[in-house]
Design a protein. Structure first.
Ligand SMILES: Nc1ncnc2c1ncn2[C@@H]1O[C@H](COP(=O)(O)OP(=O)(O)OP(=O)(O)O)[C@@H](O)[C@H]1O
Length: 739
């Protein structure tokens, strides 16, 4: 203490008050020492804990999170927990949607609504660990602690789960746990396909889990399904073959053709058959751009199906959403905005130096909103248009560039093969092409057989049905095994012979390749419990469908015509406006130049004087106008000649003025002529007559109202020349038109 005092003494001096200060400083030093000791202790404890306890982190963004959540929800301890969270949200792929009607494949952990009313939506309740609470679980001789939390206050941030293994020096226990969770998850998922959708952050989000669709439910012309299945299987088994030859281990399938012909359904069925997940991506999404697409393509797992639906929509997004006019307007707005911004920043740069920063941050904020791309409204759309920069080369690179994942099956669908760039569909990118047409008779028969149950399903008939060799073949489609379904909503099972007869009859009545399979399916759905009625009514349905089509065609044609008519009208309007503007400019250009009356007085052309006596000035017959006007200007020139006798200086300008007046009238004539000719060339609209009359009226008014100060009458005492122009006192006889 004495040492401390001797250290402090020279600083505070020898006075008595310094004793208090010394005590204060003692306290500070003591506090600091205690705090340092506390921190060191805490660090040591953490170090000690970390050396004995294992920690594993799992994020909602990644698959293991789903595995562990399922595993956790199945733990018996968990079921007895005194604190848990309940949810009906689709938190795991296995929940399969809150409204799934099938409960056969669900784990026991899910609790259901008690009342089993047919048709009522069943709500599944899942128990999960609560947030921000540490739970303890016993697993294979180890106590595990689990904690779920969300980083920060952002509710959209992914959830995290942390696992602590108590007193375990090896991390094997946590590895075992993850592997077991994965196995259990996959065992559950075996009957379902997981569907992932791309998100705007360049990641894949699990979106849905669907029951596998049996291959037999897809009705395609013979050989197509078989070919596709064997090709995909062959590809998946030949990784080494590809590696040995240095060929990228990727394969692309292009399914093109009419809508509703089974393209998506086939992909779904293949995914089920090969037990692959589907990673779907819509290239027409607002947020998609080259960089995001490349990231997404690099992130798909090795064995999966990547599905690009409506491939042709990738580059028509902007034209589809915005017309050329809109684009033009946008460009103009941008220009205006730019110039405004520039002038703003110029002006404010004088007053403050920080303006530029503000502008930059504003634009970057807009960009961020666009990138987030959710419910952005019109502004967000505008901002997004900056972000939407998916190019063909970007797409090609994403598909088979160096960053593209290997081992995936790429399926692309399109309704418009002709819209695709050849580079996109070349072999190597799209190796197998399949054309989907409207339903052939063979497909119609197969669809009918798939729709109605047969006793054959129950007795499992062994009689083989011959397989046709071509779609046009008259042989029956092979009866494909279907999964058993309860017959509650369908007809009673038919005998094979009756079913075969009805199916053939149905197919005969359906025109070949005229209707899509989807529309035939729609018709059969209406009669799903009455196969005989379905056969009887199919001809009427075909007629109805044809009539509807004709109607739709007519309506489309009408709409198109109406649109064209509107466009023509708009064009005419624009043309007329342009002509009017031209005429105005012409009149302005032909207005007499300022004439020097005297060294001190300058005569300026007066502004157009409003016409008061237009009745007289405007001739009802446009043809009469030029003559009248000419005679008028002649009389004017005669009068002005008289004036020129009095004032010799003015004579030159006088004659020029009168000649200009002549020119004016003749130009108006020619204008009105050209107008009438252009009108007659345009469409038979009733508007044509009226604008023409208006046009001649306007030109007459111009003539009447353009006042030439130099053509003054003799009694010019009524006019006073002012220093800077002319003031109108009154017309000599009180009427402008009399001049
Ligand atoms: N060949 C088919 N076999 C079985 N069902 C089919 C077939 N074609 C269409 N369907 C049925 O029609 C509906 C639409 O089919 P799907 O979505 O697969 O057609 P698509 O060709 O992908 O249509 P789009 O091009 O409009 O996306 C589905 O319910 C499906 O069951």
């Amino acid at each position: 203490m004495d040492t401390f005092r001797s250290l402090v003494q020279p600083l505070v001096g020898p006075s008595a008050s310094s004793a208090g200060m010394i005590d204060g400083m003692k306290l500070v030093v003591l506090g600091g020492t205690v705090e340092t000791a506390r921190r060191m202790g805490s660090r040591a404890w953490n170090h000690f804990v970390n050396s004995f306890f294992l920690t594993a982190h799992f994020s909602e963004d990644d698959y293991p999170y789903d595995w562990l959540m399922l595993w956790l929800s199945r733990r018996p301890e968990w079921q007895r927990s005194r604190e848990f969270e309940t949810t009906t949200r689709l938190s795991t792929p296995l929940s399969g949607g809150s409204n799934s009607s099938s409960s056969d494949d669900l784990p026991e952990v899910y609790n259901y609504d008690e009342d089993d009313v047919p048709g009522k939506v069943k709500t599944r309740v899942v128990f999960q660990p609560t947030f921000n609470t540490t739970h303890t679980i016993y697993y294979r001789g180890h106590w595990l602690r689990v904690r779920r939390w969300r980083k920060g206050d952002d509710m959209n941030a992914p959830l995290k789960t942390r696992f602590y293994s108590v007193v375990a020096r090896s991390n094997t226990i946590l590895k075992q746990l993850v592997l077991q969770a994965k196995r259990e998850y996959e065992a559950e998922a075996i009957h379902r396909i997981q569907i992932y959708f791309a998100d705007s952050h360049g990641g894949w989000r699990w979106t849905d889990s669907r029951h596998k669709r049996p291959m037999s439910s897809i009705v395609l012309n013979p050989g197509v399904k078989e070919m596709l299945l064997s090709d995909t299987k062959d590809f998946l088994n030949s990784e080494k073959w590809y590696a040995d030859r240095g060929i990228p281990f990727r394969r692309g399938y292009l399914l093109h053709g009419v809508p509703g012909s089974g393209k998506s359904s086939l992909i779904h069925a293949i995914a089920g058959e090969l037990m692959l997940d589907i990673y779907a991506l819509s290239l027409s999404a607002a947020w998609i751009n080259d960089a995001t697409l490349t990231t997404l393509m690099g992130r798909v797992p090795a064995r999966c199906i990547v599905l690009l639906e409506d491939l042709d929509a990738a580059f028509t997004r902007s034209t589809g959403r915005r017309s050329k006019k809109d684009k033009k307007k946008d460009r103009k707005d941008k220009k205006d905005k730019k110039s405004k911004d520039k002038s703003k920043s110029d002006s404010s740069a004088n007053s403050s130096g920080n303006t530029n920063n503000a502008t930059t941050s504003g634009s970057s904020r807009r960009r961020r909103i666009g990138a987030s791309g959710i419910n952005g409204g019109a502004n967000a759309n505008d901002a997004m248009s900056d972000v939407n920069t998916l190019s063909l080369s970007g797409l090609l690179n994403a598909l088979d560039g160096v960053a593209a994942a290997e081992g995936r099956l790429l399926f692309a669908t399109t309704n418009h093969l002709d819209h695709l760039d050849p580079a996109l569909s070349r072999p190597g990118r799209m190796d197998v092409w399949i054309d989907f047409k409207n339903a052939s008779r063979w497909q119609a028969e197969a669809l009918f057989r798939n729709f109605f149950p047969s006793c054959e399903d129950d007795i499992n008939s062994r009689a083989p049905t011959p397989t046709p060799t071509s779609p046009s073949s008259s042989a029956s489609p092979k009866r494909q095994p279907r999964p058993k379904a309860p017959h509650t909503h369908s007809s009673a099972p038919l005998s094979p012979s009756i079913l075969s007869k009805l199916a053939k009859e149905f197919a005969q009545k359906v025109p070949d390749e005229e209707f899509s399979v989807a529309s035939l399916q729609g018709y059969l759905l209406r009669n799903k419990s009455r196969p005989e009625d379905a056969v009887k009514g199919v001809e009427t349905w075909v007629e109805e469908e044809r009539r509807n089509r004709e109607k739709q065609k007519g309506a489309k044609k009408k709409a198109k015509e109406e649109e064209e008519r509107k466009k023509r009208k708009e064009r005419r309007k624009e043309k007329k406006e342009k002509e009017k503007e031209k005429e105005k400019e012409k009149i302005k250009a032909e207005a007499p130049a300022p004439v020097v009356l005297s060294p001190s007085i300058t005569a300026q052309p007066l502004p157009a004087v409003p016409v008061i006596a237009t009745q007289e000035a405007v001739p009802s017959d446009p043809e009469a106008t030029p003559k009248k006007s000419k005679s008028k200007s002649k009389s004017k020139s005669r009068k002005s000649k008289t004036t020129s006798k009095n004032d010799v200086d003015n004579s030159d300008s006088d004659s020029s003025s009168s000649s200009s007046s002549d020119t004016e009238s003749s130009s108006s004539d020619s204008d009105s002529d050209s107008n009438s000719s252009s009108d007659s060339s345009s469409d038979d609209d009733d508007e044509n007559v009226e604008p023409r009359a208006r046009q001649s009226t306007t030109s007459t008014m111009m003539r009447t109202s353009t006042y030439n100060p130099l053509s003054l009458p003799d009694n010019s005492s009524n006019w006073t020349a002012a220093q800077n122009g002319w003031e109108i006192a009154a017309p000599p006889n009180g009427s402008w038109s009399a001049w």
